[in-house]
Design a protein around this ligand. Sequence first.
Ligand code: IMP
Ligand code: MG
Length: 185
Amino acid sequence: MVQPYEEFLSEILISADQLQARIAELGRQITADYAEKDLLLVCILKGGVMFLTDLMRQIHVPHAIDFMAVTSYGAGSRESTGAVRILMDLETDIVGRDVLLVEDIIDSGYTLSYITRVLRARNPASLHICTLLDKAERRQVDVPLNYVGFTIPDKFVFGYGLDLDDVYRNLPFIGVVKPGMFVSD
Ligand code: IMP
Ligand code: MG
């Protein structure tokens, strides 16, 4: 049986209220920037789902959504490598669309850099990135970010879509995990 999240939580980094207030601001910006565009929000599963569903309710221009699932393999569950693989591709043809990638967190940048390369090759009208969290000091490859919710320190976080060894995505806040703790331990 999996333990309650409290056993892994050292502190709440971003409260539910702070998340919602910032997401409303991001939504206002995106609404203004995409007024005359053919917006398609592309959510990267699974971590981006909470953010997508809250963000899209704050975007007041007509838009479509689609999903993509990727995995990076070769490293442990808490680090990605340069090797990324598409598990589930988009249903939508993105030629000529204004694509906005919706991500939970950018860490090394490997995942996003791979996805943007793949999607750019499909000739969208535009391709921009919106991430809720940016662990800027961990960056290995440069990825230009257009919308950032919060820049956070180099700590492993969970909740609000982000998993800790695949659980606790449902928490309405972003929490920091106690150092050295894994659910399967
Ligand atoms: P990147 O390729 O190193 O930028 O890794 C990005 C992916 O790693 C994210 O989409 C998350 O799935 C995962 N990740 C990175 N840092 C964290 C974290 O602190 N908590 C949970 N997942 C994370
Ligand atoms: Mg993950």
